[in-house]
Design a protein around this ligand. Structure first.
Ligand code: HEC
Length: 130
């Protein structure tokens, strides 16, 4: 009986911890933003289209240039960039997302398709990026 109570207690703590994990919640919201605004170009699995739309999955640019990537998602991106050794010189128009949506979709792309980053992007961090 004692064991059962202990197990139930641990399970409850675990479940409530999961439900309130802010990074997980943000990633969940970000998945929807990605499906609505990004998937058409960067593809459902984040691999992009070589030479046209840069990849996000295991993308050195995204993983090493946190601020520049936030800026791209917030304000759009144009001009030459090199992603995983390939040069892109295209245009991503501003997507009109609010700061929370930018943070959510950043958390999603930073933690999908083999990417992982435990440093959560926050709405406040996005608001400071010009
Ligand atoms: C109309 C197509 C299009 C859409 C929609 C789009 N992108 Fe992009 N994205 C591009 C292109 C093209 C570039 C590269 C621009 C350049 O050459 O400077 C880019 C660059 C990027 C980069 C920086 C490069 C990299 O690979 O890390 C990030 C991050 C990014 N996009 C994320 C997103 C996210 C998140 C969304 C949705 C909120 C999105 N994009 C929607 C076309 C698009």
């Amino acid at each position: 009986m004692k064991l059962l109570i202990t197990i139930t207690f641990i399970a409850c703590v675990f479940i409530s911890f999961q439900a309130t994990d802010p990074l997980k919640e943000s990633i969940k919201r970000g998945e929807e933003v990605y499906a609505d605004f990004c998937k058409v170009c960067h593809m459902p699995t984040g691999e992009g289209m070589k030479g046209v739309f840069p990849p996000l999955a295991k993308a050195d640019y995204l993983l090493n240039n946190r601020e520049e990537s936030i800026k791209a998602v917030k304000n759009g991106q144009k001009g030459e960039i090199v992603v995983n050794g390939a040069t892109y010189n295209g245009l991503m128009a501003p997507l009109g997302l609010d700061d929370e949506e930018v943070a959510d979709v950043m958390n999603y792309i930073l933690n999908s398709w083999g990417n992982s980053s435990d440093k959560m992007v926050t709405e406040e961090e996005v608001s400071k990026v010009e």
